[in-house]
Design a protein around this ligand. Structure first.
Ligand SMILES: Nc1ncnc2c1ncn2[C@@H]1O[C@H](COP(=O)(O)OP(=O)(O)O)[C@@H](O)[C@H]1O
Ligand SMILES: [Mg+2]
Length: 234
């Protein structure tokens, strides 16, 4: 579904990603793990057309997207939950969801999609008239995921799903990731929280200073001694 092939991505003068190759197949949940500053967000933003790689290619559903504008990539079926959630804090929960339905096709399914999001996150329906900035951290993350789903994506990119959330809330949110996957959404997770992410994924990649240094099934990665020490605290 998504094929990233040998990309070099720069931010200003600095090269952040080096000959990076990875893929996500339809129906998979894939994790990219990496420490702070490894280039995880830059990878996600390369897929989303925020940064255009200097070298290499990115294909989504067989089409080259590396040099396309973000709105086109979103229209094609990619959506994202950005790092730090970035909800519209002064707007209501419902208005936030509405903002996520901006491709024209998504607007025509607005009511149906809102119902789908409410079925995944019942708390959002309870709080639909509430100002988003007054939600708890976990609820804001649910809203950010809900908003990303409003464009009915085939591929959902999630940057730092669990950052700043308690273990209990993180578990709850991972349960909805599982539900989403069952409903046919393909998911690319970008995480520092290795254990939970790998437990919910089929495959994973380790990103270190802009390079993929290890890839494999989640089992293989969890079994790797270096990974156990560096990322799993074992
Ligand atoms: N706006 C920017 N301009 C230049 N370099 C940046 C910018 N933002 C981040 N970087 C650098 O890019 C590298 C990767 O950042 P990022 O993709 O945010 O990593 P991660 O998401 O894994 O923490 C870091 O070394 C960071 O300092
Ligand atoms: Mg990041």
């Amino acid at each position: 579904m998504l094929e990233v092939n040998g990309i070099d991505t720069f931010r200003g003068e600095a090269q952040i990603l080096w000959n990076l190759t990875m893929k996500v197949e339809r129906g998979e949940v894939v994790t990219v793990l990496g420490a702070n500053g490894a280039g995880k967000t830059t990878l996600m933003e390369s897929i989303l057309g925020v940064h255009h790689p200097k070298k290499g290619s990115i294909h989504f559903l067989g089409e080259e997207i590396a040099f396309q504008p973000s709105f086109h990539i979103i229209k094609k079926g990619v959506s994202c939950v950005p790092e730090g959630r970035r909800i519209f804090k002064d707007m209501t929960v419902y208005e936030n969801l509405e903002m996520g339905a901006y491709p024209q096709k998504a607007r025509s399914f607005l009511r149906e999609t809102v119902e789908w999001v409410y079925s995944l996150f019942p708390i959002l329906e309870t709080r639909k008239e509430q100002i988003a900035g007054t939600l708890s951290g976990g609820e804001q993350q649910m809203l950010s995921i809900g908003r990303a789903l409003m464009s009915k994506p085939m591929l959902l990119l999630i940057d730092e799903l669990s950052l700043g959330l308690s273990p209990k809330i993180t578990k709850e949110i991972y349960a909805t990731v599982r539900k989403l996957h069952k409903e046919g959404v393909t998911i690319l997770l970008i995480e520092q929280n290795a254990t939970l992410a790998l437990r919910h994924s089929h495959r994973g990649y380790i990103l270190e200073t802009g390079r993929i240094t290890l890839q494999g099934t989640s089992q293989e990665i969890m079994g790797n001694e270096h990974i156990r020490k560096a990322y799993l605290g074992m």
